[in-house]
Design a protein around this ligand. Structure first.
Ligand code: ZN
Length: 386
């Protein structure tokens, strides 16, 4: 038997160059709709010689297909799903890249070995109705990740049935998170990880212990790729969420949240980190040494802080004459992570503890007090006069 690979010896460079070779070009836009995804996964599956098996597994409330893409025939079963929230597409792109990699390298020893040990079942867009409109919720207006108990949506029923059928050894619940800092630092979180809680008191079961090991391994990979930019997601128990529910049912589940990197407007870097983390995690699982990862890398992660805005304009002058004062302005473009929203003014005052993707020196800029309406659209480039 081969020596299982640990964090220190994992071939991160190899996974990075695999990404460059198999990156799906159609997934360049940050937002992925069913019309972009479906032809790509159909092409990957039909050109894979049976390595990637595509199935219309279910239907959304709006009647759109929900596809599953499976690869491998090994005894260890993996279940991944993406875009449960329709506007969170980074992992959809990375999972598409992964399927493209499996198809392109099916004849190579590493991929053949991996797929002889694992059966990977991916749902690369669980909420196609939401994805179509770039909105978080389903066509019923329901947050799918609060429907794991009531199962009021066909998408939730589909995922629950699929999980029972697959009976996975490991699940990956793949999302995009709100803009956050790493703890109270000025670093923006590039990715965060969580082994979701399965009890209100946050105590562990066997599944969560296993998920912690896997998350710890992935934290090591992520930290090597984006040092100081990796966080732990809030571990408050949410019984209506799928991660918590599956963990409680005994399926080890890791939540991976794609965050943000300064200058990475289309989240291409975050997509690549996703690909490498998932590739390394699958290789680790196939090697059978998840427990050997320990929990140190995971336990040491700072939690996500809520101290980040898309743009901060520092030291703007408001008004004129003796009433004039200086303030910092916090601006969001991602209310509900919706990229088409106009920028909104969401905070004003002393924002020295907050970080931003874009920092603007406002010391030579003035605005009128009437222009500063919190939570209203704020077209700051037009309003400001130097
Ligand atoms: Zn989400």
């Amino acid at each position: 038997m081969k020596t299982p690979r640990g964090t220190s010896t994992t071939d991160i460079g190899g996974f990075r160059s695999a990404f460059e070779k198999c990156r799906v070009p159609e997934f360049s836009p940050r937002h992925i709709t069913p019309a972009i995804l479906h032809p790509v996964i159909e092409r990957i599956a039909s050109g894979s010689g049976g390595v990637v098996r595509l199935e219309r597994g279910g239907n959304s409330f709006g009647g759109m297909p929900i596809f599953t893409a499976a690869a491998g025939s090994g005894p260890t079963r993996i279940l991944l799903w993406t875009q449960m929230h329709g506007d969170e597409s980074t992992a959809t792109r990375a999972v598409g890249d992964l399927l493209s990699h499996f198809a392109a390298t099916a004849g190579s020893d590493p991929t053949r070995d991996l797929l002889s040990k694992l059966t990977v079942t991916a749902v690369p867009m669980l909420n196609p109705d939401g994805a179509l409109k770039c909105m978080r919720r389903t066509a019923q207006g329901i947050d799918l990740n609060r429907d794991a108990i009531a199962l009021r949506t066909p998408e939730a029923r589909f995922l629950t049935d699929l999980c029972r059928r697959v009976s996975p050894h490991y699940c990956f619940n793949l999302h995009d998170q709100e803009l956050s800092t790493v703890g109270d630092s000025a670093e923006i979180t590039a990715v965060s990880l969580l082994a979701p809680a399965c009890h209100p008191d946050r105590s562990d079961n066997a599944a969560r212990r296993s998920a912690r090991n896997l998350a710890s391994f992935m934290a090591g990979i992520a930290t090597a790729l984006a040092p100081g930019k990796v966080a732990r997601y809030d571990d408050a128990h949410e019984p209506r969420a799928f991660g918590d529910t599956f963990q409680g049912a005994g399926y080890p589940t890791v939540l991976l949240e794609s965050g943000h990197i300064r200058g990475d407007v289309d989240k291409e870097e975050v997509r690549k980190i996703n690909f490498v983390m998932l590739s390394a995690a699958l290789t680790m699982i196939a090697g059978g040494n998840v427990a050997g990862a320990g929990t140190g890398n995971y336990d040491r992660l700072p939690v996500n802080g809520k101290r980040a805005y898309d743009t901060i304009i520092r030291e703007v002058t408001v008004g004129s004459g003796s009433d004039a004062y200086r303030t910092d302005l916090g601006i969001s473009r991602q209310v509900d992570t919706h990229p088409e929203e106009p920028p909104r003014l969401v905070d004003a005052g002393d924002l020295r503890l907050f970080a931003a993707l874009e920092e603007i020196d406002g010391s030579r800029i003035s605005v009128e007090p009437a222009d500063l309406v919190l939570n209203a659209p704020f077209e700051y480039s037009r309003l400001m006069r130097p």
